[in-house]
Write a protein that binds this ligand. Sequence first.
Ligand SMILES: Nc1ncnc2c1ncn2[C@@H]1O[C@H](COP(=O)(O)OP(=O)(O)OP(=O)(O)O)[C@@H](O)[C@H]1O
Length: 246
Amino acid sequence: MAGLHKMFGEYAAVRHVDLTVAAGSFHGLVGPNGAGKTTVLSMAVGLLRPDGGQALVFGVDVWKDPLRARQLMGVLPDGLALPERLTGRELLTYVGRLRGLDAGTVTARVDELLAVMELDGDVERTLVVDYSTGMRKKIGLATALLHGPKLLVLDEPFEAVDPVSAATLKRLLVRFVAAGGSVLLSSHVMALVEQLCDTVAVMAKGRVVAAGPLDDVRGGRSLEETFVDLVGVEIGGGEGLSWLVS
Ligand SMILES: Nc1ncnc2c1ncn2[C@@H]1O[C@H](COP(=O)(O)OP(=O)(O)OP(=O)(O)O)[C@@H](O)[C@H]1O
């Protein structure tokens, strides 16, 4: 992405952001609440029209050639709206056919994805409307993977996912990158980004304030310490709320 810019009224939510995810890299995007991560990712994948700048996926302009760009990308947006009154299998089958995969391929991939995401067995009778938040993340990730994309763009993929499922998702993403895929994910969890990502960008107030290989950005410290320095916030400050306990 180059020079991506977005105004909401008078407020510049994203200010001329440049970000490159190298092929085969696992790229983390971190930043405090309201930094502009979701806005950047939404513009990068074609869900929110930028006021300026360009988003390219392997050279394909997301806004000029959306169909080709979508073939190359798998997207897990924040607050994904899924067709609710379907089971996970029905949803994946529907998405697979929409994406032009033949019936045999869809069935085989849906079987595999439901098993990997542990959404098979008894859970198969549950409608998506009755899924927990973590289960919705998992089925959302499965829909993102279904067509075999080269790049995954994931907004907070681990939010509300239990530790066991998170470990499964991590293994899956590491495998995806090892097989040549690229991942761009946003997260609030520094430990997770340090564990998974080789490259990281830190956003604050709509700008990228640091970016590069993980070790360069954290410079011998933990990512959390670097993050606090860069965005100028105190973690766990004791001020205020004196009424909370007496
Ligand atoms: N549709 C919108 N209309 C108006 N303002 C918006 C809209 N979407 C986002 N914003 C504002 O833009 C800023 C960036 O929001 P964004 O959701 O991109 O941040 P974020 O880094 O993803 O935050 P979080 O970590 O809390 O998810 C915030 O100040 C938010 O209030």
